[in-house]
Write a protein that binds this ligand. Structure first.
Ligand SMILES: Nc1ncnc2c1ncn2[C@@H]1O[C@H](COP(=O)(O)OP(=O)(O)OP(=O)(O)O)[C@@H](O)[C@H]1O
Length: 340
């Protein structure tokens, strides 16, 4: 596998007023291979945005090593900048510009041929709305416009921080289809999100971060399999007698109204045999596979809270007078809440 992103031992501490310190990233590792759609999961405040910002040269790391396409960054950021499209935080756009004009200006600024504007509008499904003012766009359309801006340069790597944030289910589905189309076209995608079900549906690989450290990584199926407790939902007459019998056979049993949950049984046939031998005929035997949500909760002990305010220092990239800013390679929004 040729690696597109390599991060080893990344560390970053923020220093606030009164000597307060906030360790945001604490020796974090990340490896993303070419062509992957890689999910980057973690609870609020676990260090996702800081990691992405460090990787993009928007914040200076205290330690560790980062490479993009094999080039050390931030040292050689300029060499790879044209190959990376990124959206970190909800981008801001000028409301009275049309989507088309917004992208045309960005294309001009970035030396991108104007024909790309129509191409990316088509790609993100905004072609029919390109001549409408951005102020009339829904949140989902703004997100797509942001992705379009990141795609102008035909990047080989797309980094998106919470692209599905605030989208309704239809918007999320559209975003998912777009990610899949991009991956099919050979683009590597790194996607941070707290929408675990979506990550499971969209991504082939995942890395989970908790308190600034990596707690799991690998192909989604492998990460899930590593947390399979071999549990089964079992429907059986005389559940109390059945539970006692299974416990005596060394299995973990939880009794629920109308069914049992039996753990520690890699082979469901074993449950059925144990019960059948005692005249208890199983009427339901369903494997309970872990999903990313249960793995995430087990590993991080936290549940992602979509409503918590985000804490990101966007000042370095704010436009004049703190106004909206759009950068061709990196689009950053959000408010500064240092030491809050
Ligand atoms: N500019 C800053 N100044 C001070 N502390 C910061 C700054 N940026 C981030 N932090 C702190 O660093 C930690 C990691 O924040 P970060 O934004 O990277 O987490 P996150 O995983 O992206 O969270 P979320 O999902 O809420 O965006 C948090 O405790 C946060 O408060």
């Amino acid at each position: 596998m040729s690696a597109v992103i390599e991060i080893e031992g990344l560390r970053k501490t923020f220093h606030g007023p009164h000597r307060s310190r906030q360790v945001a990233v604490d020796g974090f590792d990340l490896l993303v291979g070419r062509g992957e759609i890689h999910g980057f999961l973690g609870p609020n405040g676990s260090g996702k945005t800081t990691t992405l910002r460090a990787l993009l040269g928007l914040v200076r790391a205290d330690g560790g090593r980062m490479r993009l396409f094999g080039e050390d960054v931030p040292r050689h950021q300029a060499r790879v900048a044209g190959r990376v499209g990124a959206i970190v935080e909800t981008p801001q756009f000028f409301g009275n510009f049309t989507g088309h004009r917004t992208l045309r200006l960005l294309a001009l600024a970035g030396g991108v041929p104007p024909r790309r504007v129509d191409e990316v509008l088509e790609q993100v499904g905004l072609r029919g709305r390109g001549q409408d003012q951005v102020r009339g766009y829904s949140l989902g359309m703004r997100q797509r416009l942001a992705v379009a801006s990141a795609l102008l340069k035909e990047p080989e790597l797309l980094i998106l921080d919470e692209p599905a944030n605030g989208l309704d289910p239809a918007g999320i589905r559209e975003m998912r289809d777009l990610m899949r189309d991009l991956a099919a076209a050979g683009v590597t995608v790194l996607l941070s999100s707290h929408i675990l079900g979506e990550i499971q549906l969209i991504c082939d690989h995942v890395t989970i971060i908790s308190a600034g450290r990596r707690v799991a990584t690998g192909p989604v199926e492998q990460v899930l399999a590593g947390h399979d407790q071999h549990e089964w939902r079992v429907g059986v007459p005389e559940p109390e007698r059945a539970a006692g019998l299974l416990r005596r056979a060394g299995l973990a049993v939880d009794e629920h109204a109308g069914h049992l949950v039996v753990g520690g049984a890699p082979d469901g046939g074993e449950i059925s045999r144990l019960l059948g031998e005692q005249g208890l005929w199983v009427r339901e035997l369903v494997p309970l596979r872990p999903d990313l949500e249960s793995v995430f909760l087990e590993l991080t002990g936290d549940s992602p809270d979509p409503d918590l305010p985000r804490q990101v220092d966007g000042a370095a990239l704010a436009g004049p007078g703190g106004g909206p800013l759009i950068d061709l390679d990196v689009t950053v929004g959000g408010t500064r809440e240092v030491g809050a």
